[in-house]
Design a protein. Structure first.
Length: 434
């Protein structure tokens, strides 16, 4: 329903402070993820070079997502204690040391610790920027901002292996870790140099003295808040959200996590060569990266369900179709469909987390939110692997397809209960639209 003549359009609010968000979040995120993306393909070869078997090398590579999951809850507590931007700076400094440790690692233990620390630093950096953007972004522009952040993350990890290949070419594979040192340092410096913009709804416009006083008060409150009890209180108060909508988050994470595994595994199963599999995977990634802004715009205009439910149905359908393919063309078409579904879902979990996160204890809440998201991302590939281990890769992939349908159903069931931005009807009921 259009707004009456002369009344302000609720969607015409300023999207975000451009310098603060673009330079303070998007650019550092892009640069940081380039370093992580450059690291991903070389962890296993580095471990093998240090004497690991393929099985042990896989365990070392798994230290990155394990580090993220382990650090998600502490990341929320840290961001609440020192502030979002300071947490990003601390995470960047830890990442610099972790990348350097990986470059200089004399053995598998040092390499494993360095990879684990990189995952932990990434968790803190991601959580802090999510919390920061939640605070400063108007709710009816939130999805576009967070889906763009998700797109920047994907672009960085897409570019990372190519940039890493350039620095490795003709030199040592460890140069890619040194690239990570440089990108983490550059991201940290960018965050330090960009002046913070206080949220408009909390600080009187045009009052520099009030802005400074608000920032000092917020820092003082964070210093006085104990870490452990605060986190426990947030988890207890919002347990109903985590045990209902949180199930949807877990399922969405599982389907999206499986996507990265099923294309290479099925390509290998039907006898495609590695170069062809890489091209198909790149095709899916290219389709994925085209959709992050349109997805955010639909979520802002029509509501979260208009993207959340269709994206999971498309991803689930593509999982069901993949085992029915056995040619390069067929696998490519289904992979592109998979990229379409994943691209449609860009930013959906961060946006929902921001919608339902409380103003008090926001960072701790988002820490638990990311535990569910990252745990789902780890669960998806395990489901596919379990199917392969039991003798049917196709069955494992079909189970993930069923998880896609379950994720769509869970979103449809629980998002309207917890988020006023589920659709335009829930916004009208909440008085946000005429």
């Amino acid at each position: 329903m259009p707004a009456p003549p002369g009344s302000p359009d609720p969607y015409d609010a300023p999207m975000f402070p451009v310098r603060t968000v673009v330079l303070g979040a998007f650019v550092p995120s892009l640069v940081f993820e380039i370093g992580v993306g450059a690291m991903l393909p070389i962890i296993a070869p580095t471990a093998v070079g240090l004497g690991a078997s393929l099985a042990v090398a896989a365990v070392v590579a798994a230290m990155l997502p394990i580090g993220q999951i382990i650090a998600d809850l502490p990341a929320g507590a840290l961001a609440a204690k020192v502030g979002d931007r300071r947490a990003m700076v601390l995470a960047g400094l830890v990442a610099v040391l972790a990348f350097l440790g990986a470059a200089l690692a004399p053995g598998l233990v040092t390499l494993s610790v360095a990879v684990l620390a990189t995952g932990a630093a990434s968790a803190v950096f991601n959580l802090a920027r999510h919390s920061y953007l939640t605070e400063i972004t108007p709710p009816l522009r939130r999805a576009r901002v967070l889906s763009t952040l998700a797109g920047v993350h994907r672009i960085g990890q897409f570019l990372g292996p190519f940039v890493g290949a350039l620095v490795i070419h003709g030199g040592d594979v460890r140069n890619a870790y040194l690239l990570g040192v440089a990108t983490a340092a550059a991201a940290t410096l960018t965050v330090l140099l960009v002046r913070e913009t206080a949220p408009a709804e909390r600080v009187p416009a045009g009052s520099l003295r009030a802005r400074a006083a608000a920032r000092r008060a917020a820092r003082a409150a964070r210093r006085e808040a104990p870490l452990g009890p605060r986190m426990g209180k947030v988890l207890r108060e919002h347990r109903k959200v985590f045990t209902s909508l949180g199930v949807a988050v877990l399922l969405v994470g599982a389907v999206r996590g499986a996507r990265q595994t099923v294309i290479p595994l099925w390509g290998e199963h039907v006898g495609l060569d590695p170069a062809t599999i890489s091209l198909i995977f790149g095709l899916a990634g290219g389709v994925d990266m085209l959709l992050f802004y349109p997805a955010g715009k639909v979520m802002d205009r029509l509501g979260r369900l208009w993207i959340g439910v269709p994206s999971m149905l498309v991803l689930g359908a593509s999982m069901v179709l993949l085992p029915l393919t056995d040619t390069v063309a067929a696998v490519s078409v289904v992979a592109a469909l998979m990229g379409l579904g994943n691209g449609m879902s860009s930013g959906i979990l961060m946006t929902l987390g921001s919608d339902v996160a409380p103003a008090s204890g926001r960072a701790q809440f988002l820490g638990m939110w990311r535990v569910l998201q990252d745990s789902g991302g780890a669960l998806g590939p395990l489901v596919v692997s379990a199917g392969a281990a039991l003798g049917s890769l196709a069955a494992g992939i079909w189970v993930t397809g069923a998880l896609g349908a379950a994720a769509a159903g869970a979103l449809a069931r629980w998002v309207p209960r917890w988020s006023v931005h589920a659709n335009r009807s829930t916004r009208r009921e909440a008085g946000l639209l005429p």
